[in-house]
Design a protein around this ligand. Structure first.
Ligand code: TNX
Length: 517
């Protein structure tokens, strides 16, 4: 049954044969329904073919992605062709018509002795099925070099679909800049856990990280440093497009954030006119928050905001534009509301839906159609969120004491902060996004997001260490039905992921709460 982890065979050391048949009970996030078919199993061979829905370029792309995942470790050719009369055996990725059970992102996965078939209504559904299939093969399937196998998945019938449509991760590339390759690898990793949004925190006091043609000093000057005084960096438009494109192939939507009107020292340092006194402050490389504000009473500020948002929106295919709005402690509240009441319509005019930290729920800020408030507080009730929801806002849940990946696990954790408390794996897992906030019904919750702020995090190894295993915990909250929520079962499922992460070269936190093998 879903949510019940069975003991599995121990992982082998590196280089040896694969560790045996993975259990269907080891999948994260746990699927809605898993029915093992005892005595049956599917084994990949050098002759295995991948068949995709005829006439669907998108299904073919998912097939190519799957082949790309399986080829390095198996060494097999795994040709991808359209399913047709001659198609027999192999792995088939097929689009079906109406299927109310699985919805737009769900899938049905059947592993039998002769074949694997994934059926979904959309390519996103096929992609999600592929992530489950991946986890049914032994962990060594993730190896970047050829391994001996055998590559066997247990016979199983899985029916699966997500609880929430927004399943997010956030990476702060402003406090410490992180290069394109790091972001791409992070996308690959979050996709394994069916996370479908990556929120990029592209600007803050310490750095501006995205090229804006009309304002070249934002990157030339504002992008030239970071926390601690390193060289910083920024994405050219072409690099940002590469990130968007890489994400799209993994069915991940990029949510760009330009944090306004606070968290703007890098912009203020780059353009003196954005300051009320007309004087540009120096660049900032510390970690204090809440000291900067665009000058909300100057017309030139809104010319700036419009130019920036127009260019970012034009580069971004996804529906959301995140305008920050948090910790604007240097902006008087009436000016904050006036600023947001102009900036939200400027955002809508770009064709995007407003997303912001939950301070956009301040009573003086008007509702904007479909807007999304991201809750990052520490309490189980919040008047700003309740107010915004009563006007029709939807909520993405990122309570800092549950989902903040920059919080230390324990006192001993080297990187990270502690202002929201220590967050062990169980803390990250054991809460219900659908009922956590008083006055916010599950129907108002769009989903969950795990933010990774990077004041103390400068390397990819540190990103991995802080994200794993808490990110998969939050991913399961976003995907799996609450009826299958079960810490005992989850910690065993996580344990099954350990050898997979080791094979992938992910440096994870070996929490004593998890029975790693
Ligand atoms: C609070 S959470 C912030 C960020 C910091 C983070 C550090 C939020 C919307 N603002 O500016 O980076 O804490 O944990």
């Amino acid at each position: 049954a879903p949510g019940r982890a069975a003991p599995e065979q121990a992982a082998s050391g590196s280089g040896g044969p694969a560790s045996g048949v993975a259990s269907p009970d080891g999948v994260v996030p746990v699927p809605v329904s898993v029915r093992p078919v005892p005595g049956t199993a599917y084994t990949l061979s050098k002759d295995t073919r991948i068949f995709t829905q005829p006439g669907s370029a998108q299904a073919e792309e998912v097939g190519a992605y799957l082949a790309g995942v399986l080829r390095p470790s198996t060494g097999y050719a795994l040709p991808v062709t359209a399913a047709g009369a001659g198609a027999r055996g192999g792995i088939s990725l097929l689009l079906t018509g109406a299927d109310p059970v699985i919805g737009s992102e769900g899938y049905r996965l059947d592993v039998t002795t002769g074949a694997v078939v994934i059926r979904a209504r959309t390519a996103a559904g096929l992609f999600n099925g592929v992530q489950t299939l991946r986890q049914l093969f032994p962990p060594e399937i993730e190896s970047a070099t050829v391994r001996p196998g055998p590559w066997t998945a247990p016979g199983t019938r899985i029916v699966d679909h997500p609880r929430f449509s927004y399943r997010g991760a956030m990476l702060d590339v402003a406090r410490h800049f992180h290069p394109v390759e790091t972001v791409k690898r992070y996308i690959d990793r979050i996709a394994l856990y069916k996370i479908n949004h990556l929120h990029l925190h592209l600007s803050d006091d310490q750095g501006w990280r995205i090229a804006v043609d009309s304002r070249p000093r934002l990157t030339a000057h504002g992008g030239s440093t970071q926390v601690g005084g390193g060289p910083g960096g920024f994405y050219t438009k072409e690099q940002y497009r590469q990130i968007v494109d890489h994400a799209a192939r993994r069915h991940v939507t990029i949510v760009p954030e330009i944090d306004l009107p606070g968290h703007t020292n890098a912009a203020l340092a780059s353009y003196a006119e954005l300051n009320c006194d007309g004087v540009a402050p120096p660049l900032y490389t510390g970690t204090v928050v809440g000291f900067s504000s665009l000058c909300t009473t100057k017309e030139s500020t809104y010319v700036f905001v419009k130019e920036v948002l127009d260019e970012i929106a034009a580069l971004t295919p996804g529906p959301y534009l995140h305008i920050g709005g948090d910790e604007a402690k240097a902006t008087p509240l009436d000016q904050y509301a006036a600023f947001m009441n102009r900036t939200q319509p400027l955002t809508v005019a770009t064709g995007k839906t407003v997303m912001g930290w939950h301070q956009i729920g301040e009573p003086g800020v008007r509702h904007s159609p479909g807007r999304v408030a991201q809750y990052w507080g520490l309490t189980a009730s919040d008047p700003l969120v309740t107010g915004a929801v009563s006007q029709g806002a939807r909520v993405v849940m990122s309570p800092a004491n549950k989902t903040y990946l920059d919080m230390k696990y324990t006192r001993e954790t080297v990187p990270g902060q502690r202002w929201a408390g220590y967050i062990e794996v169980r803390d990250a897992y054991d809460w219900d996004p659908g009922s956590y906030l008083d006055g916010v019904p599950a129907s108002a919750v769009l989903g969950v997001e795990a933010p990774l702020w990077t004041e103390t995090i400068s390397t990819e190894k540190q990103i991995e260490y802080m994200a794993f295993p808490r990110l998969p915990a939050v991913a399961e909250l976003g995907w799996s039905p609450w009826t299958s929520h079960d810490w005992e079962a989850f910690r065993h499922r996580l344990a099954a992921q350990g050898p997979r992460w080791t094979t992938m070269g992910i440096d994870f936190y070996r929490s004593p709460q998890v029975p790693w093998r």
